[in-house]
Write a protein that binds this ligand. Sequence first.
Ligand code: AMP
Length: 176
Amino acid sequence: MKMVDIKSLIRDVKDFPKQGIVFKDITTLLKDPAALKLAADLLYEMSRSAGITKVAGIESRGFILGGLLAERLGVGFVPIRKPKKLPAPVISAEYSLEYGTDKIEMHVDAIETGDRVLLHDDLLATGGTAKAACELIEKAGGTVAMLSFIIELTFLSGREKLKDHDVRSLISYSSE
Ligand code: AMP
């Protein structure tokens, strides 16, 4: 299977979750075993030499490949979640989304000082979510060694908010 096949398995859903948004649906990729394995393999190859000590995934689609990646790298997984989902004491950060604003949280004891963290999410749009997640990891004493995404919407310039970091994506779209 070639890289181009991953792109062909992403489904565009128009006007979800609201009018004017073209939602990039990865469930059509996730249900295909060969594509799921290829995506995990490619993400692993990108990050295996980066000295990663933890993978952090952003709720909820970042948990899927983030979890697979943590297992392959032989490191632990840290969930970054929407407010009031995590049971123990948290730190939080505000962010703006392509379609609204929100807040994310992480357990205060999730990251150890000196951890080299790979931050994973399904999609990079404006970069607000990932930037807030980086702030949480850094506030907790970790270093964001790499950010990985399945999809990057380059026309929204999310990378510009993440200039100080190593940002990788498997596929990109230069227009909707
Ligand atoms: P942003 O903070 O603008 O980079 O938005 C990234 C977050 O919003 C990720 O967690 C994505 O899952 C979600 N997201 C934003 N835009 C889209 C889109 N067009 N399709 C699917 N997910 C999206």
